[in-house]
Write a protein that binds this ligand. Structure first.
Ligand SMILES: Nc1nc2c(c(=O)[nH]1)N[C@H]1C(S)=C(S)[C@@H](COP(=O)(O)O)O[C@H]1N2
Ligand SMILES: [Mo]
Length: 396
């Protein structure tokens, strides 16, 4: 039955209009082999981007069984740097791939089998999802928000939909890709490159590789310090900012200037403690201090190492008489209901002595924009969890 329908469909004559006319698309760079090579590169970038995205999401919304360890301290910085870098690299790869395969939208008949239908339908979540992820991710790292929804949950949900489309697409295209990447297909491509004119397949792939590598090299410096000087296209230069660090939200933007600078400032330690504490800045400075060299690693993909000095949370909690396996919620003077005004510390993060209530950065008292009088800084935490202007610690 199906095969009869298939045969009937194949026998149809294409209407000779618009891009359905034969000979509309003539570029040799649109070969199946080029599409397969771009597909492979995209598949690798996309999978790495997806995996690192899942890690980032799990850290910020940990399921019950998941505990993100404080060590090694560089893992989050590395993983998020890779997430954003592979996302950026995917932009030219995806555009090139869409250009290469676009004429296939016009093959006739539009559908010739059930398998073909499934493959075509899976392109909707795959192409639509990829374009959405790249656009929203790109807009987000440049701090441009032309939408009203909350970015993380939507970006996360669409990632799953897209990866579903990708799995179906890879399954449907496996045989074609294998043939297209074989040695004989390579010979065919090289022969038609030799006789064809215009941009050759090799030239096109070279240009795409060049643009992708270039974009990566000109942006990776936002997290990879040795290349910071080359980061001309990066949204952030990790070397630029007061006290040697970029500032995401200033004290003015967070509307905390007055309260943070006020001599009436107190840090409260409350919850499951023997003794509630109310500490002014002088008392905080009188507690045992420790130095730690730790990065701020923003979800936006930039990161910067700094020298921090302050009170280890372990000391602070011990001073209040908290239990050895205590966890804590850290609240900011900024609206503690908002996404940035609150974060949690697991028992293992508190036990790590480098998890500090920092009072100083790079040898100076924190300035207002970096969280004066005190901020949370801990190893292996996303920047968004390094809460500034801390005023309350609730021990649990
Ligand atoms: N209270 C508060 N803390 C905050 C933020 C914020 O907006 N409000 N931004 C977070 C984010 S997203 C990052 S990347 C770091 C940036 O720290 P910095 O501005 O000191 O470089 O602070 C984090 N702490
Ligand atoms: Mo951030």
């Amino acid at each position: 039955m199906t095969s009869r329908v298939d045969r009937a469909l194949r026998a149809l004559e294409p209407p000779r209009v618009g891009p359905l006319r034969e000979g509309t698309f003539t570029s040799p760079a649109r070969s199946t082999r080029v599409a397969a090579i771009l597909g492979l590169a995209l598949g690798v970038c996309f999978t790495i981007c997806f995996a690192t995205g899942i890690v980032s999401h799990a850290i910020q919304h940990p399921p019950g069984w998941f505990a993100w360890p404080p060590r090694p301290a560089w893992v989050y910085r590395f993983s998020q740097g890779i997430h954003v870098a592979t996302g950026i690299a995917t932009i030219p790869l995806l555009l090139a791939k869409l250009w290469t395969v676009y004429p296939r939208l016009w093959t006739f008949p539009p559908l010739h089998s059930v398998a073909h239908l499934v493959e075509r339908v899976s392109l909707v979540p795959l192409v639509g999802g990829s374009l959405f992820l790249l656009f929203s991710g790109f807009a987000s790292i440049t701090r441009w928000q032309p939408w009203s929804f909350s970015f993380p949950p939507v970006h996360y949900a669409v990632a799953w939909i897209t990866i579903g489309g990708l799995v179906i697409h890879v399954g449907a295209k496996l045989a074609t890709t294998r043939t297209a990447l074989s040695r004989s297909a390579r010979g065919d491509d090289e022969r038609s490159d030799a006789v064809g004119d215009g941009l050759s397949r090799r030239g096109f792939l070279g240009a795409v590789a060049g643009v992708t590598a270039g974009l990566t090299i000109l942006t990776i410096g936002q997290t990879f310090r040795p290349l910071a000087w080359l980061g001309v296209l990066a949204p952030r230069d990790p070397r630029v900012g007061s006290q040697g660090l970029p500032v995401n939200t200033s004290a003015a933007t967070a509307n905390v200037e007055e309260r943070a600078a006020s001599p009436a400032f107190r840090l409260t330690v409350t919850g499951e403690v023997d003794e509630e504490l109310e500490l002014d800045l002088a008392s905080l400075r009188a507690l045992p201090q420790r130095e730690a060299v730790l990065p701020i690693a923003c979800v936006d993909g930039w990161s910067a190492t700094a020298h921090w000095r302050g009170v280890p949370f372990a000391e602070l909690l011990a001073f209040a008489g908290a239990g050895a396996d205590a966890t804590a919620r850290v609240e900011s003077l900024q609206d503690p209901q908002g996404a940035y005004g609150i974060s949690e510390l697991s028992a293992s993060q508190i036990t790590d002595l480098d998890t500090l209530l920092a009072l100083e950065v790079n040898g100076e008292a924190l300035n207002l924009d970096h969280g004066f009088p005190c901020r949370l800084i801990g190893p292996n935490r996303p920047g968004v969890q390094q809460t500034k202007w801390v005023t309350r610690v609730v021990v649990m």
